[in-house]
Design a protein around this ligand. Structure first.
Ligand code: 57M
Length: 359
């Protein structure tokens, strides 16, 4: 909104023309979200403590985690408003994709909020039942996907990296795939959020990568040169990606080891769903498996562990899943696990940007 108001006067003050540029507004959104999360962080932490919105740590986890009992959680209540305010301030309010991403963030944020609230109220690590949580996620992802499917400017082609000639049009088949991407990304980030800064670091890296993808997809001539799908209007998604990077960095200031606050499901489920939605809009769906490779790896470690555990009547592949707990139980100090996973996330992001040229 602010952007439209300021730009209204650009005829009189030519300097305001700069607000026309998506890159400039993406940087403004990043700074605004960073300032909001950084300065409101201490107040939110104090409020959560006052309301006793505190983490109940499971007994069967790594023993070092028991010291985290009582850490304020639901820090997503700081992250999501920072993203929302910055996006509404610097984004184009007439952009359909922006509202779709905000819808995904709000819907999955509400599911996570319900889950966190039930855990806090029951003082357990069990919130919504797995079935209820999954059903709500499917419904929310279906709503987002159908709105995109019915939007005239959206196409159902699947962009396959490295093979420029391969972009099959899935038609209706795109709907279940998109639902899988959104729900899968949401739960993968949720599972990853098990060490201080372990989720928010790679999430911030992923959104910085998709900020670039969104800008390129929305730029007709660059998209043509790079032979990636051109999505008119998708460039505006750079603004919300910037806002997420800023909010993520601001939150990381407090979530860094030893954490003063956890993001809660309200943060992890929504950030994962936003990442999946952004990947779909920018037609970089398949490459999400690379950008978000760390989240995929964490989720697969759980799938393999639980399947093997059930198949063998109690044997394990890893010392504990998700995989970050395996390294903790191997004796790696928590900060070492976190920073090494961040390094992997950065390498995967750089590799995914490489797919733009390797076609
Ligand atoms: C999401 N939540 C953390 C915090 C955060 C099927 C099974 C793999 C499910 C999985 C599970 O319950 N996942 C839920 C992970 C929890 O973090 C809270 O949850 C929010 C994210 N959703 O924001 O509010 C704990 O993680 C730690 N934490 C930090 N720093 C952070 O910044 O230290 C979180 C954020 C917090 C805190 O200790 O309490 C979680 O781990 O529950 N279950 C597991 O991950 C459990 N694994 C397991 O059961 N493995 C078995 C199965 C697969 C057969 C096995 O391998 O044998 C582990 N998690 C815990 N205890 N806490 C082990 C048991």
């Amino acid at each position: 909104m602010l952007y439209k108001l300021i730009y209204f006067f650009h005829a009189d003050i030519s300097l305001l023309n700069v607000f026309r540029y998506i890159t400039f507004r993406a940087v403004l959104a990043t700074i605004t979200a960073l300032v909001i999360s950084f300065f409101f962080g201490p107040w939110v932490i104090e409020k959560l403590k006052e309301m006793q919105v505190e983490q109940h740590v499971r007994d069967d986890g790594p023993p070092e985690h028991k010291v985290k009992e009582g850490t304020p959680t639901m820090g997503g209540c700081l992250i999501l408003p920072a993203i929302m305010i910055s996006t509404l301030a610097w984004g184009d309010p007439l952009n359909f994709y922006l509202w779709i991403v905000l819808l995904a963030m709000t819907a999955f944020g509400a599911i996570g909020f319900m889950d966190d609230y039930l855990k806090i109220r029951k003082k357990t690590s069990k919130g919504l039942s797995a079935g209820a949580k999954f059903s709500y996620q499917i419904l929310a992802a279906l709503a987002v996907t159908l709105l995109l499917y019915w939007y005239p400017g959206f196409n159902t082609e699947l962009n396959v990296p490295f093979f420029k000639a391969v972009s099959p049009n899935l038609g209706w088949g795109y709907v279940p795939l998109a639902v899988f991407i959104i729900v899968g990304a949401s739960n993968a980030v949720n599972l990853t959020d098990g060490l201080d800064g372990l989720a928010i670091g790679p999430v911030t890296i992923a959104f910085a990568t998709y900020l670039i993808f969104a800008y390129l997809a929305g730029h007709a001539s660059i998209a043509s040169y790079l032979q990636i799908p051109n999505m008119p209007g998708a460039g505006e998604i750079s603004v919300i990606c910037g806002a997420t990077v800023g909010a993520g960095l601001g939150f990381l200031w407090f979530n860094a080891y030893p954490a003063d606050i956890f993001m809660g499901d309200v943060g992890s489920l929504s950030l994962g769903a936003v990442l999946g939605t952004v990947a779909i809009i920018t037609k970089q769906e398949v490459v999400l498996a690379l950008v978000g490779g760390l989240f995929v790896f964490e989720a697969l470690s759980v799938i393999f562990q639980v399947s093997y555990f059930k198949l063998t009547g109690g044997q394990r592949i890893f010392r504990m899943a998700p995989i970050h707990h395996h390294f903790e139980l191997k004796g790696w100090p928590e900060p070492k696990v976190i920073v090494r996973f961040w390094i992997i996330a950065i390498l995967l992001a750089l590799l995914s940007l490489g797919t733009l040229k390797l076609r």
